[in-house]
Design a protein around this ligand. Sequence first.
Ligand code: MG
Length: 457
Amino acid sequence: MRKLFGTNGVRGILNKSISVETLVRLGYAIGTYFEGGRLLVGMDGRIGSPIAKEATVSGLLAAGCEVLDLGLAPTPVIQYDARFNEVDGCVIFTASHNPPEYIGVKVCGSDGVEIPREGEEKIESIFFEGSYKLAEWDMVGRVRNVTGSIERYIEAVIRHVDRHLIAKHRYRVVVDPGNGVSSLTIPHILKALGCEVYTINDHIDGRFPGRLPEPSEENLSGLIKAVKVFDADLGVAYDGDGDRAVFVDEEGVFHPGDRSLALIEDYVMEKKPGAILVTPVSTSQVVDDIAERRGGRVIRVKVGSVDVSWAMKKLNAELGGEENGGVFYGLHQPVRDGGITTVLILHILAVRDMKLSEALSMLPVYHIIKRRVQCRDEFKHKILSILEEKVKDIGIKVEKVDGLKIWLDNREWVLIRPSGTEPIYRVIAEAPSYERAEKLAEEYTKLIIETARSLSG
Ligand code: MG
């Protein structure tokens, strides 16, 4: 079966791996899937996004869809506005954290949640079979602009926290949107919460001149420096489309996304014992420790925000989260949302009257090491079954939610997983000590390389 959708929508480089013609036909296919319904569209600040939007929208209109155009906005704003506009679905033009040359198309339902995998497969089969239903000449759709979305979103986010308590602390916050669209919302949200706001890389620029759109530690040296220079209480950085947030504490120390997730989890489960966190198999076991401490539950799913959102909907879960800084807050919307993540962290600091470093130091410490191993797509499946055979007697158990997760003991695991989007295998190892995690990552990387060699040789 040929594929269009990866882990997170359709992605490609305009005029190279994805053409305008493809986007128009994708518009036909999406329009056919929604039976010519009413769709909300919006985009990130990438150079190719306006072209991607115009091309796809042409296809949607030809398929008889009515299109509401929200314009430039963070992904969670577009998702949040779906219900307000009573649409049948949304189409969001974003390549999230990918390098600047990429564009992307993400399809969501009437509640703003990405359509399930089966929906993506349906669109793919309409696309590849060419079984579009195009409208008669006088039944094609029209575009209408939507206003007020950003303001609605900002209000909605603030409603979830104690704004007066946060305002009393007059937090000094450095914001790094990384030249992405979260500069449209975050500084305004923080000002409404009485924060003193400093920004870097805050003009929207699809070339991402300030830093790459992925908010990883190596891309955030500017933010780390700025937190110290401005003597701030914390720094926060977003990916290109603003659905993920990661934090730097008052000492200028970067914290991986699963640490801030665990802090939010601790707060949610303290408030509501028995609360559920949905998270992929790759997230640190720190979330299991917190759930045990607070009497909550952790449900593990495949890697990817679609799987987290759908499990949350099914279980009516309070919280979802990923190690990359994606936090899904059920009371707001079951999709990842950098705005709600930011205000929840401020709320927790205000309620506990703690510095960020102090609040995070209450969490158990683990070390995660990640590796990538090149592997041709055609071998991926074969390698996985050979590895499965090789590891079945190692450790105390093997889980197969996504790839193979081998538990060496109660506190050490290795996850080996073929990437859904690139010709690579990912190896993630976690242990209480850095040295041990590194040793495990090394060992299992070698195992994959040897297995691949035995196949191609
Ligand atoms: Mg994103």
